[in-house]
Write a protein that binds this ligand. Structure first.
Ligand SMILES: [Zn+2]
Length: 82
């Protein structure tokens, strides 16, 4: 869950993990720790046609979630981080 200073979402003031409610570190409008952010709008062929859903998971909750997958996630090293 993200909270911004205003409706234009220009300055981030708070990020809270939707699973464990941990407050993630935000300084000067920037998130300063690992976070899995979902901002997804379901398409025409889904049961949620046009519904936008957003949530944030801290890195621990993300790790606990994906390790439950029966098929392991795929990963590789990306050295061009923004
Ligand atoms: Zn969490």
């Amino acid at each position: 869950m993200r909270k911004y200073e205003n409706e234009q979402e220009e300055k981030l003031v708070r990020v809270v993990c939707n699973q464990c409610k941990k407050k993630l570190k935000v300084e000067d409008g920037y998130l300063k720790e690992g976070c899995f952010r979902v901002d997804y709008t379901f398409g025409y062929f889904s049961r949620k046609d046009g519904t936008r859903q957003q949530f944030d998971l801290c890195e621990d909750c993300y790790d606990n979630w994906v390790k439950q997958f029966p098929i392991p996630i795929e990963e590789c090293q990306n050295n061009e981080l923004l």
